[in-house]
Design a protein around this ligand. Structure first.
Ligand code: NAD
Ligand code: UDP
Length: 312
């Protein structure tokens, strides 16, 4: 049995990770300030004696004895991370410093939830880990993109200078149950709009692309990455290479929900990346991992989750 700290443990990804690591027989501590996360996502785990919950902000130091740390705390939806941009930078940067300092002191392994956003609006397609990216350092998304880039820098330097046992996962767009209905990201927005019979809001012409990964595939990838030997650090792309335009996604959601919703076009947010698709050869080779859940199957499960939520 390992003792594992998950920052951002009540959020979308964190709550699933808490559950999976508990089911695998570990002791899990969720740390969260509930900015975008919800106790509802983890309340069913409260009766498990090996689960603990801490209300804490990662921008403040935190001390605990654990074997592994998954550093997930950070708002991930553009609407939420731009709401208080300075706080987003603090969460990424000071959160990384605090968690790396903890990992150094207690000699824990630490995994950073980095992002495909470090590639910005990519000029190389699909994106490989050795691509340095194309990020606007002063744009609306920079609080998140640059915050995550500095976090990667910190992780690497804690490894170079202090031999901290680090892992960096570059996560591509992930979706599934436990996303907040007002999260603002495209999959949850479209499903909730379709189920309520509201207009489906496509930003721009909808020809921009994303690659959508179902949560279960991501969890497998993260856990396999954490289990690698100390000589494998990443960064490694964890995503589903299936690439869809936003318009295709809208049409698929309408079809799968049998909704009468209409597609409307709205203003494209600034610096919205035109295309995104991971090259996952490194993950295949080093983690023996690749996603197995096609978009339709993942959407089916996600639609059923939101159907219950909207219905109730
Ligand atoms: P989420 O918003 O659902 O979860 C983030 C969690 O972090 C929330 O529970 C929130 O309350 C918590 N949090 C935020 N600021 C905090 C702070 N200062 N102190 C403590 N807790 C704080 O988002 P998610 O989709 O679950 O993303 C989790 C992590 O994965 C994030 O770091 C995100 O950048 C990364 N990621 C997610 C995706 C994706 O598609 N979901 C893609 C790339 C990277
Ligand atoms: N998007 C959209 N309608 C929405 C929400 C998002 O067309 O209601 C678009 C958004 O402009 C972007 C894509 O969907 O091009 C993915 O957006 P999301 O916020 O999910 O993630 P990110 O842009 O960070 O990949």
């Amino acid at each position: 049995m390992k003792r594992i700290l998950i920052t951002g443990g009540s959020g979308f990804i964190g709550s699933h990770l808490c559950e999976k690591l508990l089911n695998e027989g570990n002791e899990v501590i969720s740390l969260d300030n509930y900015f975008t996360g919800s106790k509802k996502n983890i309340v069913h785990l409260f009766e498990n004696p090996y689960f603990e919950v801490v209300r804490h902000d990662v921008t403040m130091p935190f001390f605990i004895e654990v074997d592994e740390i998954y550093n997930l705390a950070c708002p991930a939806s553009p609407v939420h991370y731009q709401y208080n941009a300075i706080k987003t930078v603090k969460t990424s940067v000071m959160g990384a410093i605090n968690m790396l300092g903890l990992a150094k002191r207690i000699k824990a392994k630490i995994l950073q939830a980095s992002t495909s956003e470090v590639y910005g609006d990519p000029q190389i397609h699909p994106q490989k880990e050795d691509y340095w990216g194309h990020v606007n350092p002063i744009g609306k998304r920079s609080c998140y993109d640059e915050g995550k880039r500095v976090a990667e820098t910190l992780f690497m330097n804690y490894y170079y200078q202090n031999n901290v046992r680090i892992k960096i996962a570059r996560i591509f767009n992930t979706y599934g149950p436990n996303m907040h209905p007002n999260d603002g990201r495209v999959v949850s927005n479209f499903i909730v709009q379709a189920l309520k019979g509201e207009d489906i809001t496509v930003y721009g012409d909808g020809l921009q692309t994303r690659s959508f990964q179902y949560i279960d595939d991501l969890l497998d990838g993260l856990i396999k990455l954490m289990a690698t030997g100390d000589d494998f650090l990443g960064p490694v792309n964890i995503g589903n290479p299936g690439e869809f335009s936003i318009l295709e996604l809208a049409e698929k959601v309408i079809e799968m929900t049998g909704s009468k919703s209409k597609i409307i076009f709205k203003h494209l947010p600034s610096d919205d990346p035109l295309q995104r698709k991971p090259d996952i050869s490194l993950a295949k080779k080093s983690l023996n991992w690749e996603p197995v859940i096609p978009l339709e199957d993942g959407l089916k499960k996600t639609i059923s989750y939101f159907n219950n939520l909207v219905g109730s």
